[in-house]
Ligand binder design. Structure first.
Ligand code: HEC
Length: 151
């Protein structure tokens, strides 16, 4: 093989690689706006799916740890009615999480956070809060939610 034909061979293969590279670049530039278009809805869907799975986890934890005082559907008992529209509308997620975490000293409501000698991780407390929040849309009117037994 002469030098000349080796050079030509090299040039041909370089051109081939460059053509492929330019083709890929054009494809990426074209795909990017499409990606940008679909990405936000993917994020929303992922968020909704994650909240749903958290609520599910929260439902199980609530059944295990909270129903004895707050009722199976959160309608209250020894403890306040947590399904109350007025309660859910007046409390933020942060407030609810904090209440579950530290409890109410001097009452039957003990601290549930591992940080305060309770049994639950902050992730589990978050899951319960997401579950309680899922009641809000069709929560019953219970303005006197701290006194569900009417005593
Ligand atoms: C042994 C009974 C008991 C158990 C079990 C219990 N609670 Fe409570 N909870 C109470 C009582 C009583 C109060 C009211 C405390 C007070 O304000 O005097 C309360 C208050 C609360 C509040 C505040 C409501 C308000 O009016 O601001 C939240 C939120 C709450 N509990 C959530 C939970 C969750 C979630 C669980 C399960 C992890 C749980 N509780 C388990 C008895 C209980």
């Amino acid at each position: 093989m002469s030098y000349r034909s080796a050079d030509e061979e090299l040039e041909r293969s370089t051109n081939r690689v460059m053509t492929i590279g330019v083709g890929l670049m054009i494809a990426m530039v074209a795909i990017f706006p499409l990606y940008r278009w679909f990405e936000p809805s993917n994020r929303d869907e992922a968020r909704a799916a994650n909240l749903e799975s958290l609520a599910h986890q929260g439902e199980e934890l609530f059944a295990l740890s909270c129903t004895s005082c707050h009722g199976t559907g959160g309608e209250g008992g020894i403890g306040p009615a947590l399904n109350s529209k007025q309660f859910l509308q007046s409390a933020t997620d942060e407030q609810i999480e904090l209440l579950i975490a530290v409890g109410v000293p001097g009452s039957a409501m003990s601290a549930y956070s591992l940080d305060f000698a309770g049994p639950l991780t902050s992730e589990q407390i978050r899951a319960i809060t997401v579950f309680l929040r899922s009641w809000e849309d069709d929560a019953p009117d219970v303005p006197d939610w701290r006194n569900p037994l009417g005593e």
